[in-house]
Design a protein around this ligand. Structure first.
Ligand code: FES
Length: 155
């Protein structure tokens, strides 16, 4: 069903949690330097939110555009970047933001991920989170392609 399909090119990102759940995430809502927001892709025509597949859980954040390495920057948009939120260790949702280090942290066993270089900083995760290419349409964040790597537990 559409709710289970992976993110499709042209989908827009909506909040997965919180008071604005299911509403589009606007780039102006994102604080530069974090924290990230958890998101799901939504088909803009049918308004179907693809939230029946846990592997579609995304995280989206904004950093100064110059803070990304070239590989990450190639699929970011004006400092906004999107990753799978599913930890590559055992598949927990990466839900914590380390504000001091500006890193994403998995609550299960503490894997730390760097959004600027798409790499594992520390912990048991065997590989980085898969980046999802995005572009902006006005203030909305739009999926621009498929995940750039495998999603979910990689052990
Ligand atoms: Fe994320 Fe183990 S599932 S660190």
């Amino acid at each position: 069903t559409p709710e289970n399909e992976p993110p499709q090119e042209g989908d827009i990102l909506v909040y997965a949690t919180g008071a604005k759940m299911n509403q589009p995430i606007l780039t102006s809502d994102l604080a530069e330097g974090g924290p990230f927001q958890l998101a799901f892709p939504m088909d803009p025509k049918t308004k179907v939110i693809r939230n029946k597949e846990p592997k579609n859980t995304l995280l989206v954040l904004k950093q100064p555009p110059g803070s990304y390495d070239a590989k990450v920057a190639a699929h970011a948009a004006q400092g906004v970047v999107c990753y799978s939120a599913i930890c590559t260790h055992l598949g927990c949702t990466v839900s914590l933001w380390d504000a001091a280090q500006k890193l994403m942290r998995c609550p299960c066993h503490g894997a730390l991920y760097d959004p600027r270089q798409d790499r594992v900083v520390s912990g048991p995760a065997p590989q980085a989170l898969a980046q999802l290419p995005i572009r902006l349409e006005g203030a909305q964040i739009v999926v621009a392609g498929a995940f750039l790597g495998p999603v979910g537990a990689q052990v």
